[in-house]
Design a binder for this molecule. Sequence first.
Ligand SMILES: [Zn+2]
Ligand SMILES: [Zn+2]
Length: 363
Amino acid sequence: MSKDYYKILGVGKSATKDDIKKAYRKLAHQYHPDKSGGDEDRFKEINEAYGVLGDDRKRAEYDTYGQYFSGARQAGGGFGGGQGFDFDFGSFGGAGGFQQGFEDFDIGDIFGEFFGGGGGTRTKRGRDIAIDAEITFAESVFGTGRKMVLSKNTTCAACSGSGAEKGSSEKNCATCNGRGKHQEMRRSILGSITTVRECETCHGTGKVPEILCKECKGVGIVKKADEVAIEIPPGIENGEMIKMTGGGEAIPGGITGDLYIKVHVKPHPAFKREGENLVMNVDVKLSDALLGAVYPIETLDGGIELKIPAGAHFGEVLRIKGRGIAIPRKGRGDLLIKLNIKTPNKLSKKAAELVHELKKEGI
Ligand SMILES: [Zn+2]
Ligand SMILES: [Zn+2]
């Protein structure tokens, strides 16, 4: 049975950290064993509750795994596991010093240490893997996929990670006598402190297979080359990282690490990216700029006929809607075409004559 720490402190499940601290201080004063009307058992219980609810991580664990918390303590971690709770509060800071300094002294911090050593609640994680993927500029605009072969520790497919041969039953782990944990006790000024560590043979489960899986020799993990399909979303930028949760290395008795893919986008000779827009330059002949023209242009979406308006200016930007970078859940940006009007370096005799004619027209 799991204790209701919220009830012990008289706070609701949605209580803030401050509410919990206030409730704890009030109750700790009220039930302190040195006071008249004090109650040592209640006091211990209050401290135990605060040791968990006063710590964000432990509170989250307790909210999720209330049962497990209780189990961990019964296995001998910290309080209540029958490991002599022989505090002598009077000895803090000399005679009477403890009472005096009570307001400033966050006793929860001390109690926290007991829990810290005792839970075995930290989950082991396999290693993360980081790889690089090079894609073309067009792939970065539209998104793409890659298949890669990674050699890594993965969960054994033959036994689904249990380490047991098919059909074999489980027996108690001999290393820890089925407890899943080893405990060590040491004395300190705060009394005896019990620390608990996970059994390495059974990874805390207390059980080992009767017959070991032949594929993984009971480890539950094998090293093998695995093909991974990586989805690269449209609109990804050079240097961006994709995370595939659980794509890293597996570890016995723990959770699998993650896979990180760093994406390198090869530059394009014609296109550049500006936010969600694509930018390109187009050279336009002077006469076309003056008279207007239609230019065939290769875009990433295929060929288009670009209409150069008569009287186009140098540096003028033509916008083609919806032909830019694809942004997930947003649509596509635009293609911006910057006109680069080419003034000839050298005029033929005839061209020079014609320009003289133009000059007479005031152009
Ligand atoms: Zn196996
Ligand atoms: Zn064991």
